[in-house]
Structures are given as structure tokens and as C-alpha cells.
Design a binder for this molecule. Structure first.
Ligand code: HEM
Length: 579
């Protein structure tokens, strides 16, 4: 029995399901049938009208529900199909209208649409090579988005030259335009600071990485490379790919030659621990193990830097992914403790000259904060782990895969066997040309991290606002640039023989521009070249797997933000070229 009127819907769609009170009677209502306790004709008439009205209402309610369902399903499907498109199109329009990054008097600017949830960050870092190619359609200067921030991409040597004119005064945007999560790990490192703060930190950290400091350590680097290469057969026995060519069950004894290695697996730790020893001085096995343990925690945080969305904001990160924030805080704590322990150990063994001790003293004197120190140490080690591994894996893969280049390198190594240390420091050698050429064709970042000028920049008529981040499309400069000729994509170190360094300034991007050039370039160069010399001096190295059918393509390891060589190599011991 109904005692009250029931209604669904609203406005014209409001339907009375059963309305006895309107007639002053109380019918019993069973299902959709009305049964009246009254028997008069009037009552019957009233009830028959009501019954008709009930049937009409029922029909109406059925059509209403059908239409409503249709609408709901339609909106749902349209949202699924076009919601993202609507969101991205609206956001792109809003951003390019209210935050264009360029001044109205100049040429208009186009570029790829803003993409959910972080602009073009993933395409830029994870799929840089394909993006650089597909974004060519936007012209010589175009705009991409980093979250809500406009970033202007330049692609020609003329614009790079113009951008470099005030390079010494370039600034860096807050947290590289990547948001809160990255800022908590790296926001105060020297590479992300500008102005006086950058100058202050660079003065503190520079001395251990100058050209002369790097040359003074070259014997350490050479000795470590020799030892590492000698250990490779043993290491191969313990890795997933380190199988002896002879086949058979895997055992842990060094494989008989030849044996196979994955380039990324085999050549990650060598440059890492050598860079670490440039900061901490000689390290024990336990210290290396501890460092690698903290590093693994840090590696696990890296995706949160690029995904964007909630990770751009403190509160949203905490709400959306509390576990990631907890892991980040845990890493912070362990990184601080690790460095503090290392300083104590150096002081205890009387090694006051280790750079880490000097850095710590600067912190104790108040010349930099603990956050600046720890973030910069992270930059030197953790952030650059991917960079230097990238360079090394491509250097080895490309040389191994070009017979004439490899032959020339072996001959040169043999000629220089009596003076390897001087050989490693030289820059007018085939070895150095191979190093530069591999960075030319396989840059670690297709788009530079970026920086901004404090003055208006006019690129092909586009007037970029001061303070807007500007990126260089490295592939456009290093490869598509007419300066490099028709076969610019191929790995041909001899092409560098007759090019003056001044000509390379705006036609090659390898270690950055102006006074913000890479601080670790000499140390990194020696490490990478030393390993290559000993590797090719002791082994015949061939690319076993990872070459794409046709052309110069190779498999790429995309497990991190730099696209490292994904090749596996076959190593065969040969008569040593080194004394
Ligand atoms: C062969 C390997 C390396 C290459 C190709 C390389 C390349 C670069 C590039 C292109 C920049 C400029 C980035 C920008 O535009 O903001 C840079 C900056 C920097 N690099 Fe490297 N890098 C390498 C290894 C290293 C290593 C091993 C270290 C650590 C010791 C290091 C420390 C730095 C620092 C501190 C900066 C920031 C400089 C500043 O802003 O003043 N790099 N590097």
C-alpha cells in the first residue's frame, strides 16, 4: 500500500508512479495494477481514467528510461572516445592563449598538442628520436609543453648560435619545469640552479673535475679499466646473457672464449664506480655495494619525475601515491646517511683530500646547504649514471659494428701501447673521434634538458619571452643539419678529421653550451675511452644481436630515460695489443 507519492526524475520528466492521495482514496497497489475498494460508477470512471493514466505513465516511464539509458550510455561512450581529446584540445587552447611563451609581435608558433597528463614529457624523454622526426612538420621553431609550461624547441645551427650569445647568463626554470617530485630529489643541484647560486656551487664542485684534475687521475682510470676488462669473462659467467659460445649448462666458472654479454648489463657499473671514486676517493667493496643499494632505490623513483600529473604537486603526490613519497623520503634519508658515513670514514683514514670531505666542509662552513650538497651529489652520480652508460654502450656497439673503424682503432691502440695514459688524454686521435662521433649520432638526450635567456630571443621571427625554457633538438643539429652532408646518419669518425673545433661549436651538441657546459666532461671522457681501449685491445668484439634489418638501426634499451644501446656482444679473446 502506498502512503506517499513517489517521484523520479525532475522537471518535465517528473513522474508520479502512484497517486491515490490526489483522489482522496487509498487504493491498494500491487505491481502495476490498481484495485479499488470502491464500487460506484463514478469511482469506477475515476479509476478507469486513473488506470489509463497509469498505463500512459507506465509507457512514458518506459520511454523515459530508454532515453535516459541511451543518453547515459552515449555520454559514457563519447567521454571514453572523445573525453581525452576534448580535455587535451581545451588545455592546449587555454595554454597557448594564456601562457604562450612568446610575445605577440612575432611570428605565431605551432607545435604538438598538450597531452594528458604531462604535456610532451614522455614523448620528449622516452621516445625522443621518433618525436624529433614527427615534430619536424611544425617548422624550424616550435613549442612543446612540459606540464603547463611552454618550451620552445630550436633546430638550426643559426638559432643555436643566437641562443648561445648570452649562454654564460642563462638560467634554469624551477625544478626544470618537471614539478614537485623531481624537485625534492634534485631541485637544488647545481645543474638546476641559476645566477649566484649556480656560480657558488659550481666553484665548490668544479676543482675535482677540471681538465688538470682529470688528467692527474688518468692512471687510476686506466688501471681500473684494465682490471675490469680482465674480469669480464668471470662476470659473463654470472650474468643472464654471459653464455659461453660453446653452449652447455651455465656454470659460474669463466667461460671459454668466445662469450656473450648484454652491453647495458656489462657496462653500467664500471663508469659509475669510477665516477664515484672521483668524489669519494678509493672505495672498499662494501662501500661500493652500499652505494649500489641506495642507487637502486633512487632508480626506482625516476618514473615519478616524468609521469607528471599528481607527481607535480606535493599534496596530490601524497594523496595519490603515498608509497612513492615514502620511498622517496627513505632514499633521502639513506643518501644523507651514506654520505655522512663516507665523510667519517675518509676523515678516520686521514684522507682529507677526498672531494667529498671538501664538499662536506663547505657545508659545515655554511657555504652551501645540506640539500644543495646531497642534490648535487645525486646529480653527479645517480642522474649521470644513465648518461655515461648510454655514451659507453653506444661507443662500444658502434665501433664493434663497423669493421674499418674497429681495425683503425686496433692499429692506433697498438701504436700507442707504450704511452696509453697520454693517448687517453689526447683529443686528436681516432679514439677521440670515435667517442665524439658516437655522441653525435646517438646523443643521450634527443632534446636538451633546456635553459632560458633573460632577454627576448628572436628565432626565425618568433619572439621568445625572457624566462621561457628553450630546448635544442640535438638530432636536428647533429644529424639532419646540412653541415654533416648526405650520409649524416652513418657512424663515420673520419669525417671529423678535417673539421676545426670552432666549426663544431654550433653544429654539434655533445656536452652543452657556454659556461654551463658539462662539469664532468673530462672525467667522463677518460673513463669511457679507457674502457674502450682495454676492451678492443684484449678482445675481438662483435655485435651479436640487436641490429635492425636494413639501415643503421639498432635495438634500444628503453628501461630508463636515456635510450641506451640494446645490443648483445660477442667477445673473443685475442692477443693483447697492450703491453
Ligand atoms: C659522456 C658522458 C656525459 C655527457 C655526454 C654529458 C653531457 C652533459 C650536457 C649536455 C650537459 C648540459 C645539460 C644542460 O643543457 O643543462 C651536462 C651538464 C652537466 N654534467 Fe654532464 N655529461 C656526461 C657525464 C657527466 C658526468 C660523469 C658528470 C659527473 C661527474 C657530469 C656532470 C654534469 C654537471 C654537474 C652538469 C651541470 C653543469 C652546469 O649546469 O653547470 N656529467 N652534461
Amino acid at each position: 500500500m502506498w502512503r506517499t507519492t513517489r517521484q523520479w526524475g525532475c522537471g518535465p520528466w517528473r513522474i508520479r508512479y502512484c497517486c491515490p492521495a490526489a483522489l482522496g482514496n487509498i487504493p491498494t497497489c500491487r505491481g502495476s495494477r490498481f484495485e479499488s475498494p470502491l464500487s460506484s460508477a463514478r469511482s469506477r470512471t475515476q479509476y478507469s481514467c486513473l488506470a489509463e493514466a497509469g498505463i500512459g505513465t507506465r509507457k512514458m516511464s518506459l520511454s523515459f528510461w530508454a532515453i535516459l539509458c541511451f543518453l547515459v550510455v552515449g555520454v559514457y561512450l563519447a567521454t571514453r572516445r572523445f573525453g581525452l581529446w576534448i580535455l587535451e584540445t581545451t588545455t592546449s587552447w587555454l595554454l597557448s592563449t594564456f601562457n604562450p611563451g612568446v610575445l605577440p609581435g612575432g611570428k605565431p608558433l605551432s607545435g604538438p598538442k598538450w597531452q594528458f597528463p604531462n604535456g610532451a614529457i614522455l614523448q620528449r624523454f622516452i621516445d625522443g628520436r621518433a618525436s624529433s622526426e614527427s615534430w619536424r612538420k611544425y617548422g624550424a621553431v616550435y613549442r612543446i609543453w612540459s606540464g603547463p609550461h611552454p618550451e620552445i624547441v630550436i633546430t638550426t645551427p643559426e638559432d643555436l648560435k643566437h641562443f648561445s650569445t648570452d649562454a654564460s647568463d642563462h638560467g634554469k626554470p624551477h625544478n626544470m619545469n618537471l614539478g614537485w617530485f623531481l624537485g625534492e630529489v634534485l631541485g637544488k643541484c647545481l645543474g638546476l640552479l641559476g645566477g649566484q647560486d649556480w656560480r657558488r656551487l659550481r666553484r665548490i664542485f668544479d676543482p675535482a673535475f677540471t681538465h688538470s684534475a682529470a688528467v692527474a687521475r688518468i692512471d687510476v682510470v686506466d688501471g681500473a679499466a684494465r682490471k675490469y676488462v680482465a674480469e669480464l669473462p668471470r662476470m659473463a659467467a654470472g650474468t643472464s646473457t654471459g653464455t659461453s659460445h660453446a653452449g652447455g649448462d651455465k656454470d659460474t666458472s669463466p667461460p671459454s672464449s668466445p662469450f656473450n654479454l648484454l652491453a647495458v648489463e656489462a657496462f653500467t657499473k664500471f663508469p659509475y664506480f669510477l665516477t664515484a671514486s672521483a668524489i669519494y676517493g678509493p672505495m672498499t667493496d662494501a662501500e661500493e655495494r652500499d652505494l649500489w643499494r641506495v642507487t637502486e632505490k633512487r632508480i626506482a623513483l625516476a618514473p615519478c619525475f616524468l609521469i607528471g600529473g599528481p607527481y607535480r604537486f606535493a599534496l596530490a603526490s601524497r594523496v595519490f601515491d603515498r608509497a612513492a613519497v615514502r620511498r622517496m623520503r627513505e632514499y633521502e634519508r639513506e643518501w644523507r646517511q651514506y654520505n655522512s658515513r663516507m665523510v667519517q670514514a675518509r676523515r678516520a683514514r686521514g684522507d682529507g683530500k677526498a672531494p667529498v670531505v671538501t664538499y662536506w666542509e663547505e657545508y659545515e662552513r655554511g657555504n652551501m646547504s645540506l640539500t644543495e650538497l646531497l642534490h648535487t651529489l645525486d646529480e653527479l652520480l645517480m642522474l649521470n649514471l644513465d648518461v655515461i652508460t648510454h655514451v659507453l654502450t653506444w661507443f662500444i656497439t658502434l665501433v664493434a659494428d663497423h669493421e674499418h673503424v674497429k681495425r683503425e682503432l686496433r692499429d692506433e691502440i697498438a701504436e700507442n701501447q707504450a704511452s696509453v695514459l697520454e693517448y687517453l688524454a689526447k683529443t686528436d686521435t681516432h679514439l677521440h673521434r670515435c667517442f665524439t662521433e658516437s655522441m653525435r649520432v646517438r646523443p643521450f638526450a634527443i632534446f636538451t634538458p633546456g635553459e632560458f635567456s633573460y632577454s627576448v630571443k628572436n628565432f626565425h621571427g618568433v619572439l621568445v619571452k625572457p624566462g621561457t625554457q628553450i630546448l635544442v633538438d640535438v638530432l636536428a643539429i647533429n644529424v639532419r643539419n646540412p653541415f654533416w652532408g648526405a650520409n649524416s646518419e652513418s657512424f663515420e669518425p673520419s669525417r671529423l678529421k678535417n673539421i676545426k673545433p670552432s666549426e663544431l661549436r654550433h653544429n654539434l651538441h655533445s656536452f652543452g653550451i657556454g659556461s654551463r657546459k658539462c662539469m664532468g666532461q673530462y672525467v667522463a671522457g677518460h673513463i669511457v675511452k679507457a674502457l674502450v681501449v682495454h676492451l678492443f685491445g684484449e678482445f675481438e668484439v662483435q655485435v651479436l644481436d640487436g641490429r635492425r634489418q636494413g639501415g643503421d638501426g639498432y635495438d634500444v634499451d628503453k628501461s630508463s630515460w636515456t635510450p641506451k644501446a640494446g645490443a648483445s656482444l660477442r667477445l673473443t679473446k685475442r692477443e693483447s695489443l697492450l703491453s
